[in-house]
Each structure stands twice: as structure tokens, then as C-alpha cells.
Design a protein around this ligand. Structure first.
Ligand SMILES: Nc1ncnc2c1ncn2[C@@H]1O[C@H](COP(=O)(O)OP(=O)(O)O)[C@@H](O)[C@H]1O
Ligand SMILES: [Mg+2]
Length: 264
């Protein structure tokens, strides 16, 4: 874990152009953060909110692929204009670099890239910016919590022990930083076969148990649906592609809940 400095020293610079900034986090990679962040952002939009999506994974940006965005953002008066896709204002380091180039960044460069994406982008009239966090408890998380402003964090995990171990570290970090943890999502909780049988691929119950252990809200389960992966790969996430799919309904319920919590 990167070292947490006392918060008092920092002057916060909240992102201009949005009412709320919400992080999608989990200390572990590959648990479905980016998939969740994109679908959740689309669900919020469908529920009538104005939404921005900031891909803060400087080392492994996913948004260009998940939203099939190939263009480069324009700049105006020294600020980048987000790329509008599916009625969502989008920004990612992946829009500025080509897909093949490995990202080699030192800590301070990460911090300065994050500052650029939060202070030098003209986000406009948004209710929410959803931030897709990189894995870990490092510079990006620290910068957001201490120097920008996070109004909440949703923690995504699979029920696997090895993922939960990292999740616990993530919870402790946000608690220490004073960031409100909205709750925990159990992603890829199980797979239901054609035979109707439930298969607990990564174990079961661990995320809920962790939520209870840390006195956080358990926000529910998202099973493994092959369509979630398929439509993500096609650059049109399931919430946009299949409005009536069971998975879409789960994302919509969550979006309605968060909308109610923040906007009412
Ligand atoms: N609920 C789900 N059902 C099926 N596949 C999923 C689900 N959630 C995530 N995936 C798949 O898991 C992989 C990792 O997801 P990703 O969102 O890139 O994780 P992270 O951002 O945490 O590294 C992707 O191939 C994605 O399509
Ligand atoms: Mg990701």
C-alpha cells in the first residue's frame, strides 16, 4: 500500500462539471471493475442521469475497447473535450496513446496524469463521474481521495479468497482516507448452466461475509453471463446492447439505488 499521508495538508480540487464523483474499485485486477464501471455508467444514464466515465487505469486502459472509441479528444482553451459515446462523456489515457505502446510511468507521472484528467478536461453539467480505478491501493487511489474528491466508492470483487484478501486491503485504505464506501458487489458470483444448475465457480458467500465483517453494505450479486464478456469485447456493453437481459436489470436496479441515494 502506498503511504497514506495526513489529509489535512492537502487542498482538495474537486472535479468541476459534476455533482458527484464515484470510484469503482477493488484492490485486485481481473475481477470485473471496468466491465462493471461501463455497464453501471450506462445504467445511470438510462435512469436519467448525466454521466461521465473516467478511465483512471493509466497502465491498462479499457474504455477504448469496451466503448469502441478510436478517436482522439479535441482540445479547446487548454482543456481536453471528453469523447461522447452512448450519451456519456468519456476520457481515457487510451484515447491519447496507441494501443500497442506499453505504458511506462513513474509514480509522480501517474499523479500528474490523474490531475490532468480531473482538472484539465471540460466535463459538462454532469450528475456523476464514474471513475474506473486501476487495481491496487496506490497513487491513483490516494490522489483521488486526498487531492481531488471522492463522494463514494463501490468495491467490486469475485467471491474468491485471493480476491477478498485484496478487497479487505482496499476497504481499509478507503476507511483510512475517509472515503465513503457505498458497498460491495459480488461479481461473477456463480454460473447457471443450461441445465438450470448453479455452479459456484469462485466459491460463494465471501463478498457478503466481508461486507458484514467491515460493516459495509452488500449491494448484491452479478452472476457470470457469457454475454457480459461478449458485448464488452464488441464495444457495446450489455446494458446498451441487451436492454431486457437479466444482467441489465441488475445494473439498472443498482443505478436507481445510487441515483436515489445521491440525487434525492
Ligand atoms: N459478470 C460477468 N460475467 C461474465 N464475464 C465477466 C463478468 N464481469 C467481468 N467479466 C469478464 O471478466 C474479465 C475481466 O473484467 P474487467 O472488467 O476487465 O476486470 P478489471 O477491470 O477488474 O481488471 C473480462 O473478460 C470481462 O468480460
Ligand atoms: Mg480494468
Amino acid at each position: 500500500m502506498a503511504q497514506i499521508k495526513p489529509t489535512k495538508k492537502f487542498v482538495k480540487n474537486p472535479i468541476q462539471g459534476t455533482k458527484f464523483t464515484i470510484a469503482i474499485s477493488s484492490a485486485k485486477g481481473g475481477v470485473g471493475k471496468s466491465t462493471f464501471a461501463t455497464n453501471f455508467a450506462l445504467a445511470l444514464k438510462k435512469s436519467g442521469c448525466k454521466v461521465g466515465l473516467l478511465d483512471a487505469d493509466i497502465y491498462g486502459p479499457s474504455l477504448p475497447k469496451l466503448f469502441s472509441i478510436n478517436g482522439k479528444p479535441e482540445s479547446q482553451e487548454g482543456k481536453l473535450i471528453p469523447i461522447n459515446k452512448f450519451d456519456i462523456q468519456c476520457m481515457s489515457i487510451g484515447f491519447l496513446t496507441d494501443e500497442q505502446t506499453p505504458m511506462i510511468w513513474r509514480g509522480p507521472m501517474v499523479t500528474s496524469a490523474i490531475k490532468t484528467f480531473t482538472q484539465k478536461v471540460s466535463w459538462k453539467d454532469l450528475d456523476f463521474i464514474i471513475v474506473d480505478m486501476p487495481p491496487g491501493t496506490g497513487d491513483t487511489q490516494l490522489t483521488f481521495a486526498q487531492e481531488i474528491k471522492l463522494d463514494g466508492a463501490i468495491i467490486v470483487s469475485t467471491p474468491q479468497e485471493i480476491a477478498l484478501q485484496d478487497v479487505k486491503r482496499g476497504i481499509r485504505m478507503f476507511d483510512k482516507l475517509g472515503t465513503r464506501i457505498i458497498g460491495l458487489i459480488d461479481n461473477m458470483s456463480f454460473f447457471k448452466g443450461d441445465d438450470g444448475k448453479k455452479y459456484d465457480i469462485f466459491g460463494t458467500g465471501g463478498v457478503k461475509k466481508t461486507a458484514e465483517e467491515f460493516d459495509k453494505e452488500f449491494l448484491g450479486e452479478i452472476p457470470i453471463y457469457p454475454e457480459i464478456g461478449k458485448y464488452g469485447d464488441q464495444g457495446k456493453p450489455i446494458v446498451e446492447a441487451l436492454p431486457d437481459h437479466e444482467a441489465t436489470k441488475i445494473y439498472m436496479l443498482l443505478a436507481e439505488k445510487i441515483k436515489k441515494t445521491y440525487l434525492n
